[in-house]
Design a protein around this ligand. Structure first.
Ligand code: ZN
Ligand code: ZN
Length: 341
């Protein structure tokens, strides 16, 4: 008889349920993970709304960590390992893979999107997608995936120690980017946001200056002053204004996900004359080990990034909490039983 497990299942567009499903078994090269922390982000809502190529039914969850409890016969030695998961599966053969961009694989899949992910008691992943977390707690280890996305962006930005940075948007990714910047010895970090409480919190995660935005960021931040500006709002009008904050030779990373098809005005002469750079960065590029190293070395209160942990049974409440101003990172803890909550 197949064993069952509890899981959040997207059953169709904009519909999901928390239900019992068959527990997966590891195939060749695969591990069975008991999930102990699984973070949520806007991508989980985008998948539910059909903005990714996921097919339903699907168990979402691409930011997770847990313990290996079963494995393909050649990986029996992995049983008991505590691991964080790289959700991406690349083909290693297409043009993008062979040029060093497996995150842009034209045949790429991801756990939590095209394959079942971590919003469940158990998940099956390929051995090469699991990375030992050392002494990190499971909730902090489950931050490795969003951290690796920040690492991908910052690796592409050619940072140097002592640079002056601005992060627009003090949500979860803003905090994570700020912590990750310390990995490049960038310590001068200005945060801008509309919500004062978020800026208060940013000070615990590396903000050296903060600015409350009312209308435009250019009203409250100096123009032509920052070596690095990262938009973590995903609002095209903010990205457009952010260009004006760049010092000569500066770099802009439009990290927040803007609506597809949105447009901004930019002056190509200004890009040329002031030698500006606009850097794209999508998802993570094998960055989990680097992210884990930053997390292991960090002296920030990383546990405080995770504001709420929910049982799987609280699926609806949990999805509704994504992006709420009073939360940073929210996670499922599939080991919580409703009675124990
Ligand atoms: Zn995510
Ligand atoms: Zn590929």
């Amino acid at each position: 008889m197949t064993e069952t497990m509890k899981a959040v299942v997207y059953t169709g567009l904009d519909t999901f349920e928390v239900t019992q499903v068959p527990q997966p078994t590891p195939g060749p090269g695969e591990l069975l993970i008991r999930v102990e922390a699984a973070g949520l982000c806007h991508t989980d809502l985008d998948i539910l709304a059909g903005r990714y190529s996921a097919q339903f039914p699907r168990i979402p969850g691409h930011e997770f960590a847990g313990t290996v409890v079963d494995a393909d016969s050649i990986y029996q030695g992995c049983i008991g390992a505590r691991v964080a998961i790289d959700p991406l599966i690349a083909c290693h053969q297409c043009r993008n893979c062979t040029r060093g961009y497996p995150n842009l694989c034209t045949a790429g899949q991801a756990y939590g999107a095209e394959r079942d992910g971590g919003f469940a008691e158990y998940a099956v992943v390929r051995q090469e997608n699991a990375h030992n977390i050392g002494g990190l707690s499971m909730p902090v280890a489950a931050l490795a995936e969003p951290f690796a996305c920040a690492v991908n962006a910052l690796e592409r930005a050619r940072l140097a120690p002592g640079m002056k940075a601005a992060i627009i948007g003090a949500g979860p990714m803003g905090m994570i980017l700020s912590i990750a910047l310390r990995g490049w010895d960038v310590h001068d970090v200005t945060f801008a946001d509309r919500i004062p409480e978020r800026l208060d919190r940013a000070r615990s995660f590396g903000a050296t200056h903060t600015a409350i935005v009312d209308e435009s960021i250019t009203d409250v931040l100096p123009t032509a002053d920052f070596d690095l500006v990262i938009d973590a709002t995903g609002r095209p009008e903010v990205v457009q204004d952010a260009i004006r904050l760049l010092a000569d030779g500066g770099t802009l990373i439009p990290f927040g996900v803007c609506p597809p098809g949105s447009q901004i005005n930019l002056d190509p002469f200004e890009i040329y004359r002031r030698q500006l750079r606009i850097i794209g960065s999508f998802s993570l590029n094998r960055g989990i080990p680097g992210a884990l190293r930053i997390l292991q070395r960090s002296d920030f209160p990383l546990q405080e990034l995770i504001t709420t942990r929910f049982a799987l049974d609280a699926g609806a409440e949990t999805l509704a909490a994504i992006g709420r101003a009073d939360t940073i990172k929210i996670q499922f803890d599939p080991t919580i039983t409703p009675a124990a909550q």
